[in-house]
Ligand binder design. Structure first.
Ligand SMILES: [Zn+2]
Length: 439
């Protein structure tokens, strides 16, 4: 139909979501990741509507406005429900083989880390199992996990390597990650974390292993274009401040943006390192110092907090989210999904952030959407419902945003729209439909 012949007034849309009790746009006046009081501003539109065409958001406003502007092939009634951007999970170790439930039981029963490693359990069991696995197996396992994420509303997820610890095994994990991004509708952001653990072959010689990471792993991964970020486990028993700087410096020179696992089990100064190297994000931060927090705020480093990991460690200690938010650090939330913290659900993470770190539901939602998008360099594409962004939209079966965190332990997702297509409809079926990006 020519432009002139088209009935005047209304544009076409593929999907029009209408009547949302609360539409959380997360559209903000502030450029960059949200800090301080702006983390509480969700850009709420009551009786809200979103228009979607060809995988993109083409209209956001009240139902009345959007119905005046658009005529849609499919009108989705979100009456009594909350509509918001898909969750972004900025920290996962998505690809690994095996599991650690025996170790979990030992920890519940009070075993020490020493007893656990003496029993042959611990992170190195995952390294062993992952080294043995073929890339196809890793892809299959990854697909199941991405299914679980999408069902719970995560539409973009970061994935770190780090259970291979040889150049070939790290490449294998990153190859699996690349295929997962191609096969699954969830967008996967790839991070090289060769410096996750000192492997048994380099026991007592972490510098020797760092030589391998900077001399071989980073150049090969960068040459193959298999990662966008480079991360390092900067902890006592992991990699020192100097080693972390070496890894991140080399990564940066090779075009990999820095991220840091910092101050998870002690105050080593990882937050300061993150600020020093101008990392995109620093993660965990349970023991970070006031100076570290100040330095991160000054450099705009996003704090990726992982309350589910702290929970799974059973130490009862969580990052000081209040000090970070009040100190001007943009805070994001991630699952920290890995072989020790097996949780794919960002809704649970939001509940934990509210209960254990005293973040308000609004702050936690900002942290799991727009700020998480900044933590993985995707804020131009996702994290808010704004014109031109990718149509990754959640419909939750609760009437307002304060139910996130308040109602927990069940899946609040009613529908997930991924790339402008209905990917999960829990009203219609038990099993979600997973649409590949190429469809
Ligand atoms: Zn991690």
């Amino acid at each position: 139909m020519s432009k002139a012949a088209r009935p005047k007034g209304r544009e076409n849309a593929d999907i029009l979501i209408v009547n949302a009790k609360e539409l959380l746009t997360l559209a903000g006046a502030q450029a960059g990741a949200r800090t301080g009081k702006q983390m509480r501003e969700l850009g709420i539109i009551r009786d809200g509507a979103v228009a979607i065409r060809e995988g993109r958001i083409v209209g956001v406003g009240t139902t009345k406005e959007m119905q005046r502007l658009f005529r849609a092939g499919y009108v989705m009634n979100a009456q009594g429900k909350t509509v918001l951007p898909g969750f972004v999970d900025p920290h996962t170790h998505l690809v690994f083989a095996g599991s650690r439930e025996n170790e979990f039981q030992m920890r519940v029963e009070g075993a020490s880390n020493m007893e656990i490693s003496d029993s042959g359990s611990g992170v190195l069991t995952t390294v062993r199992d992952t080294r043995r696995a073929r890339v196809e197996t890793l892809v299959e396992l990854g697909l199941e996990r991405l299914d679980a994420m999408l069902t719970h509303g995560t539409t973009t997820a970061e994935a770190k390597s780090g259970y291979g610890l040889t150049t070939n095994d790290e490449l294998k994990i990153l190859e699996a990650t690349k295929r997962l991004n191609q096969l699954h509708s969830v967008n996967v952001v790839s991070t090289l974390m060769g410096a996750n653990v000192v492997p048994p072959e380099f026991n007592g010689n972490p510098d020797g292993y760092v030589d391998l990471v900077v001399g071989e792993m980073i150049p090969k991964v960068a040459a193959k274009g298999l990662a966008e970020f480079c991360d390092v486990f900067c902890e006592r028993g992991g990699f020192s401040l100097a080693q972390a700087k070496r890894v991140l410096g080399k990564g940066k020179a090779a075009g990999l943006k820095p991220k840091v696992h910092a101050d998870q089990s002690g105050r080593l100064g990882g937050a300061e390192v993150a600020a020093d190297v101008e990392a995109v994000s620093a993660e965990h931060l349970i023991f970070s110092s006031a100076q570290g927090i100040k330095a991160m705020a000054a450099k705009g480093v996003v704090a990726v907090l992982l309350p589910a990991v702290a929970f799974s460690m059973m130490t009862g200690r969580f990052a000081d989210a209040r000090a970070m938010i009040d100190g001007g650090v943009p805070v994001a939330l991630g699952t920290g999904f890995d072989s020790n913290c097996w949780n794919e659900n960002q809704q649970l993470v939001i509940a934990m952030a509210c209960h254990f770190m005293r973040m308000t539901p609004a702050e936690a939602i900002t942290a799991a959407t727009i700020n998480a998008a900044y933590a993985v360099n995707r804020a131009g594409e996702v994290g808010s419902l704004e014109l031109g962004k990718r149509a990754d939209v959640l419909v939750l079966s609760v009437p307002n945003h304060k139910f996130l965190g308040y109602r927990f332990g069940v899946n609040l997702v009613d529908k997930v729209i991924k790339n402008g297509r209905l990917a999960v409809d829990r009203e219609k079926q038990d099993e979600p439909i997973f649409l590949s990006k190429t469809e």
